[in-house]
Design a protein around this ligand. Structure first.
Ligand code: DX5
Ligand code: ZN
Length: 217
């Protein structure tokens, strides 16, 4: 079975204390930090650029940086995010570029790659990419904002992907908490992004520990 991983999403951090929040996520025992990049075109919001990824590397050098590019043209920025210290780059199948070529380029730069699927996109769109990726990320909210409600109708996509690839990493992102993570796990996901749920915890370490106990059962 794939390793179960929990990734806090930096989007929900207290931006006035960004360095402390990055360290808090790392010392809570999270497996990696999920960093959401929004371009105000692919999604109706703006968030972090390469400088924030570089800050994460400076503050917590050995805390893996998982970078989710919600961008129409990720191809124009892959090199900059790689130089800034991304360990993994995730690009959308709906992006406006040669997605096969960009997935290959991410790997050629020595990084992990992933293909991401929006809620309204059929899972069949991904099937031609599964031999080229380290991970598939299934969105369970419409990307652009944290704190949205989990869309349970996306769960069957995870089941299809798990049946197609028993040993692929399947990540899920959006609306995840102690109630919805077990649903995504039962469908076959093994990597869980949580923003507002984890950063709202007074004791993030205890919350991650409790999630791991549920997942191990
Ligand atoms: C949504 C982002 C998510 C977001 C998740 O556009 O891709 O990673 O930060 O936030 P929560 O966990 O609050 O739904
Ligand atoms: Zn994300």
């Amino acid at each position: 079975m794939q390793k179960m991983e929990i990734l806090p999403s930096l989007l929900a951090a207290d931006l006035g204390r960004l360095g402390d929040e990055i360290r808090r996520a790392e010392s809570s025992g999270a497996d990696a930090l999920h960093i959401d990049v929004m371009d105000a075109h692919f999604v109706p919001n703006l968030s972090f650029g390469p400088d924030v990824v570089a800050l994460c590397r400076r503050v917590a050098p050995s805390f893996r940086r998982n970078v989710h590019l919600m961008m129409s043209r990720p191809d124009l920025y892959i090199k900059r995010f790689a130089e800034a210290g991304a360990d993994e780059l995730q690009i959308h199948v709906e992006a406006d570029c040669d997605v096969h070529a960009e997935l290959a380029r991410i790997r050629a730069l020595g990084l992990g790659n992933a293909i991401v699927l929006n809620p309204e996109t059929p899972v069949e769109r991904l099937l031609g990419y599964l031999d080229e990726v380290d991970c598939v990320l299934v969105m369970t909210v419409h990307p652009g904002y944290g704190g949205q409600k989990f869309i349970g109708e996306c769960l069957p996509k995870i089941e299809v992907l798990r049946a197609a690839r028993p040993s692929l990493d399947i990540m899920v992102d959006g609306g995840l908490n102690a109630e919805t993570i077990p649903l995504a796990a039962a469908a076959g996901a093994n990597q869980f992004v949580a923003g507002s749920y984890l950063f709202a915890q007074a004791d993030m370490g205890a919350a991650i520990g409790a999630l791991r106990e549920k997942l191990d059962r």
